[in-house]
Design a protein around this ligand. Sequence first.
Ligand SMILES: [Zn+2]
Length: 526
Amino acid sequence: MHSRWILRSLIASALATSAQAAVLPDVQKSSSWYSNAEQVITNKLAQTTKDKAKNVILFVGDGMGISTLTAARILQGQLAGQSGEEGYLSFETFPYSAQVKTYNVDAQTPDSAGTMTAMISGVKTDVGVIGVDEDIERGNCATVKGNELVSAVELAEIRGLSTGVVSTARITHATPAATYAKSADRNWEDVSDMPESAVAGGCEDIASQLVNFEKNLEMRFPGIDVDGIEVAMGGGRRHFLPKDAAFNSADARSEVEGDRTDERDLTAEWQATYSSGTYVMDKAGFDAIDASTATKVLGLFNESHMQYEADRANDIAGEPSLSEMTSKAIDILDNNDKGYLLVVESGRIDHGHHAGNAYNALYDTVEFAKAVQAAADATDPEETLILVTADHSHVFTIAGYPKRGNPILGKVVSVGSDEPSLASDGMPYTTLGYTNGRGFADLGSETNADAIYGIDPNSGRKDISAVDTKAPGFHQETTIPLSSETHAGEDISLHAKGPGAHLAQGVVEQNVVFHLINQSLGLLND
Ligand SMILES: [Zn+2]
């Protein structure tokens, strides 16, 4: 009785299984949408995990929210002659990802100082402060003491790993600064940016902290011996040079390039400390670095921020791209058998958005994706954890009902039409837009988004019928007039591959990023 029942249920379930599969019509089974998506699951089932990495590379796309990823992915595809929507930015194919909450301790919508401090030290803090906890009072030097955090870059140095910090922004700007500095204010980039009381109170400007990194860390923890940050590359030369035209470099834009009012030339101080190191300020110097023998590199390629990628050809003395800096940094850092921690920021995605110019924000995002690909190509996935994330989002939207393949920087053309859709006011509108900011401008072929700051803000609806919205100098319309477009408060994404990547899952606080790095590198293990 019992065995007959088993036999009958076996037959029943076999019939059910074949009947189940037969339910799927051929149009469904033979669809590439179906099989490609099925392959994703097959790949997931084949995944294996490892916990410990030799190296970690943390990529931060400043201001790179989800809408930026989607729009940049479409742009990347369209630049390659495709429809665009179906593609992926390099890191979007990484096997693991998480959704990240970005708020600062005292702010619903965060800034880069508080967010990067969270990612690199494991502790959320206030808006506008660098490498210190929430007990700080912003701008008050006296509150720094006792509230300094230790960053993953410092821990990696103490452990004997090589370290690198690369950014297209000023190397003293909030995101890169959080890797090496402690400051009650992100704006204290050099001594001339600080109030008298802060200087008198013994607080050190951010540029000086970069150059004194090794000395300061050894003073803080007596008995340790570190060899300093191996690679620091970005913009911001003005914060390292005295306010004296005699110190201008070949690629100075201002009459007096340097800002420092204490007569210090930090580039000379750095060279004196690292006599075998290489200081470079242009593309030729960068190209001349032999990565197989270089021990220390300080690259300051611009007086202020480096150029936008789309505007890079206009640099006076020439500067490397983010992917070139990333590749060079890896080539130098991987000379250390113990491993390395490299932080790479694309700082100007954020600036393109602040200027209300999607063109530059997206072209910089595409270049950022190339830099991540360069890192993936140059490293062993069995030994290098690559994390790719943003610090915060922007009020940047992909709106209307454009048809598939519609130029992402263009006007909305709906499904079945070849003419731009008209809004209720009878005028066409773009797919991409900003909720607030400086608003519309048609600067034609201008590839520097910051040119907008020289003209009056212009919010509200404009007739763009005759405007080429795909041109580099087009600035999208906005509703709410502000001197600069703002960050947004929604979550951003984290993408991971390599040992420990599988721990990037779910919805997490931003300070979890530090613990992913720490877990993989074992920075605190005895
Ligand atoms: Zn910003």
